[in-house]
Design a protein around this ligand. Structure first.
Ligand code: GAR
Length: 218
């Protein structure tokens, strides 16, 4: 028996950190979501996906979430009179899951003022190019059209710009002469999934410090 004068046993770090709640925002295939769902099965990862929210019904990412037993919600722009109303509804839908961190993983909409008012500073986004080059919805296509020899992926803090927030981590991927948008994107996505899983886990276990343009993993 433990007497009241003895120190209480300290739980292993992952037992504490595993309560870090992730909500993942998706719009499409969900391969980055799948990587996060794989990672969260290990308690040592320190974070778990507690909700998946999409702006589109019927996408593969929602099926992946359901198969993993994670609750989902769909907040489609067309169901709201304007973007501000959609953004408020998105904020509420995400808020239901009380996330510590929100992960935009192939989420192809910009979040607005209501969302950033509640989740700003703890929302991250993965992008398939080396920011600040080639932001926006066609990062791979734009990099290829420009003729770059090296592209890659970036994980950033979401702010009110287009892929403009502080950069948390980046990794380079060489461009081959015969690359198409599809082949380059597939190679980037292999690296991107690993980087995103690593960054999100480190945020959960050690925290994220953002000072102006500078984001550092704890
Ligand atoms: C990912 O490559 C992600 O970086 C990109 O969409 C893909 C989603 O793949 N996002 C953007 O381009 C955002 N600007 P997934 O649905 O298989 O995870």
């Amino acid at each position: 028996m433990t007497s009241s004068t003895q120190p209480r046993p300290v739980p292993p770090a992952h037992a504490v950190a595993a309560s870090h709640r992730l909500v993942v925002l998706v719009s499409g295939a969900g391969s980055n979501l799948a990587a996060l769902l794989d990672a969260h099965r290990d308690p040592a990862y320190g974070a778990r996906v507690v909700g998946v929210v999409s702006d589109r019904p019927g996408i593969a990412a929602l099926d992946l979430a359901r198969q993993a037993g994670v609750p989902t919600a769909v907040v489609a722009l067309r169901d709201f009179p304007d973007r501000a109303a959609w953004d408020r509804a998105l904020t509420e839908a995400v808020g239901v899951f009380s996330p510590d961190t929100v992960v935009c993983a192939g989420f192809m909409k910009l979040v607005g003022a209501a969302f950033l008012g509640r989740f700003g500073g703890r929302t991250v986004n993965t992008h398939p190019a080396l920011l600040p080059s080639f932001p926006g919805a066609h990062g791979v296509r734009d990099a290829l059209a420009y003729g770059v020899k090296v592209s890659g992926c970036s994980v950033i803090v979401v702010d009110d710009g287009v892929d403009a927030g502080p950069i948390i981590a980046q990794e380079a991927v060489p461009v081959a002469d015969d690359d198409t948008e599809e082949t380059l994107h597939e190679r980037i996505k292999v690296v991107e999934r690993r980087l995103l899983v690593d960054v999100v886990g480190r945020i959960a276990r050690h925290g994220l410090d953002v000072d102006g343009r500078h984001a550092r993993l704890g």
